[in-house]
Design a protein around this ligand. Sequence first.
Ligand SMILES: O=C(CO)COP(=O)(O)O
Length: 138
Amino acid sequence: MSNDARIVPTIRSMALVAHDQMKDPMIEWANAHKPELERLELFGTGTTGGRIAKEAGLQITCLKSGPLGGDAQIGALIAEERLDALVFLIDPLSALPHDVDVKSLLRLATLYNTALAINPASATLLVRAASIEPPKTV
Ligand SMILES: O=C(CO)COP(=O)(O)O
């Protein structure tokens, strides 16, 4: 990825992940942003992705459930540079048995400069930005 692309990224693919307490907000958010999301290649962890497919009617590739390796699979997509953006609605009030996987995913998103939103407000700004074509470089 060139330096320009790292500063003004093009977003064509996005992963959607939500902890249990954040799944209802994720569904509400996905329904509110369906037109923008339909233009992207979507990936999701098992339960989040399944609910988005069913309750928002979006086409999404569902990986394993987060605690069973789904977070690691999303991290692998990032490491393979196959993912442009991640919306990860994190529950700030619960302890999670797979916290190491959550940390690893956030670390990889940071390392690879993946566009990242961890709450609905920033996710909205991210998906809006994703629908704007970046300026052409000369
Ligand atoms: O646990 C998760 C993210 O850490 C989400 O996984 P599910 O979408 O399978 O619930």
